[in-house]
Design a protein around this ligand. Structure first.
Ligand code: UDP
Length: 496
């Protein structure tokens, strides 16, 4: 490989293995870019469609000579009963195929190992997503230090940790609030808000979750897409759990500075950059509500209608990113039948498919972000310095809501009570009504004292976030520490 031949004698080489879902792929590639900016040679394992979808983020970086490249392997759709071209969770026709997707991805293990065997020098480190088991086996086979990439945060890690240890959720009813034991703040949740790993309705996944936990505990360390100042108490606690091998190196989205980079991040944007900016430029500062619910949630049309009606009733400008997975047709039919776009055309912009989220959030017109509390979106909201309207759906999103609303106090909850069954959304039985959305939107946007203070806190967090990855900032220093740590590993191995 061209890059390998040109590798400087003492240059470190990291092999990065992302998870096949946009919410994981995107920050992992950001991290790879950041590592390369710090002088590490980085090889990112990928597959054809994912290279096309996410590779463009790196085009400029590669062209500018950063030591980073993709290592692409073919994906075996047919062998695992997947539709042609389906290489990512959000491409699945239904969630029941996620096991097959993971198996097809795991079948890359052999090829990755052949690649390592053929190298003149072993990679110094493997950084693999926390949801992947096979990189742990590969790292062990070749005695390469493995670091887990945690796309979440230390608050989530500590919530999971105390739940695993205490099992407190086992003794309470589904909707009975209980206090998470031993955390720096008093955090109350109910069992029906917990991630699937603690939900008896998802027993089938227990075995897999347990394997992930064991695999993570055997890793050399963890990199986290967060920053110390955001959640210091939780970082400290997590460091204790992990023997000081935690490196908070985020917010990773900040590795994209230019508009062109921001607009290319993730999939190809469904809206033209200029059209989007023109619309935003025509709005007053801090006036627009941006509503986007991540890359994989498939919210029921009946629920989306409640949200749409609330956006209309709020009488504020809004951007609504419309996505309902395989039920998109149904919501489109409703939009058409009630003439929703015409009714809101003076104030509303609908984006179908993929929004250029970083570009939108960084525009001064944005005044609030209605989010499902996926960690990337939440952190991108922090970076943008805007208050959040929180509407968690599943997994760790209810934890993130607590961090935003209760600990950092820059968001307002719409009041979701229980987790949505991913893949079986219609069985969840909870619908947040439009009045609840309106109430939360009003609280976030209102001009009174509370709203003002919330906005001020959001701005302060945003300022902090933008500093930490600059030279001298905590995340910059942690990146340097991580690289030094791996260098020392290398020296120790060479001496022994
Ligand atoms: N995203 C985007 N445009 C969209 C939807 C999502 O750019 O229309 C990006 C968003 O900026 C974030 C990621 O996709 O970086 C979604 O990750 P998150 O953790 O928020 O949620 P998930 O999709 O994993 O539930």
């Amino acid at each position: 490989m061209a890059l390998e031949e040109s590798q400087e004698p003492n240059q470190l080489h990291f092999l990065v293995i992302p998870m096949v879902s946009p919410g994981h792929y995107i920050p992992t590639i950001d991290m790879a870019k950041l590592l390369a900016q710090h002088g590490v040679r980085v090889t990112v394992v990928t597959t054809p469609v994912n290279t096309l979808r996410f590779g463009s983020i790196l085009d400029q970086a590669i062209q500018s000579g950063l030591p980073i490249c993709f290592l692409e392997f073919p994906f075996s759709y047919n062998e695992f009963g997947l539709p042609e071209g389906c290489e990512s969770i959000d491409d699945l026709p239904y969630m029941g195929l996620s096991r097959e997707l993971m198996q097809a991805y795991a079948s890359l293990q052999k090829r990755v190992e052949q690649y390592i065997e053929n190298l003149n020098r072993m990679p110094n480190c493997i950084i693999a997503d926390t949801f992947l088991l096979w990189p742990g086996e590969t790292a062990k086979k070749f005695q390469i230090p493995r670091i887990v990439f945690d796309g979440m945060n230390c608050f989530t890690q500590m919530c999971n940790h105390v739940l695993y240890l205490s099992k407190v959720y086992e003794t309470v009813g589904e909707s009975e609030p209980f206090v998470m034991p031993g955390l720096p703040d008093r955090i109350e949740l109910t069992r029906s808000q917990l991630p699937f790993a603690f939900n008896p309705n998802f027993k089938g996944m227990n075995d897999f979750n347990e394997k992930l936990r064991v695999s993570e505990s055997k890793a050399y360390g963890v990199v986290v897409n967060s920053f110390e100042e955001l959640e210091q108490g939780y970082v400290d606690e997590y460091q204790k759990v992990k023997g000081n091998k935690v490196w908070c190196i985020g917010p990773l989205s900040l590795c994209h500075k230019d508009e062109s980079e921001k607009v290319q991040r993730g999939k190809k944007s469904s809206i033209n950059k200029n059209e989007c900016l023109k619309w935003l430029d025509s709005q007053e500062n801090s006036s627009v509500i941006y509503a986007c619910l991540g890359s994989v949630s498939r919210i029921e049309p009946a629920q989306l209608i409640e949200l749409a009606l609330a956006l209309e009733s709020s009488k504020r400008p809004f951007i609504w990113v419309v996505r309902a997975g395989h039920k998109t047709e149904k919501i489109e039919k409703w939009i058409d039948e009630v003439d929703f776009e015409e009714r809101t055309k003076d104030r509303g912009l609908l984006i179908r498919g993929w929004a250029p989220q970083l570009l939108v959030l960084s525009h001064p017109a944005i005044g609030g972000f209605l989010t499902h509390c996926g960690w990337n979106s939440t952190l991108e909201g922090v970076v943008a310095g805007v208050p959040l309207v929180t509407w968690p759906q599943f997994q760790e999103q209810f934890y993130n809501e607590k961090l935003v609303v209760q600990v950092l106090r820059f968001g307002v909850s719409v009041g979701a009570q229980k987790t949505v069954f991913w893949g079986d959304e219609d069985k969840s039985g909870e619908v947040v009504k439009s009045e609840e959305f309106i109430k939360a939107i009003e609280e976030v946007m209102e001009e009174g004292k509370e709203g003002e203070e919330r906005r001020k806190r959001a701005k302060e967090l945003g300022k902090m976030a933008n500093k930490v990855i600059e030279e001298g900032g905590s995340s910059y220093q942690n990146m340097t520490r991580l690289i030094e740590d791996i260098k020392n590993q290398e020296r120790t191995t060479n001496l022994s």
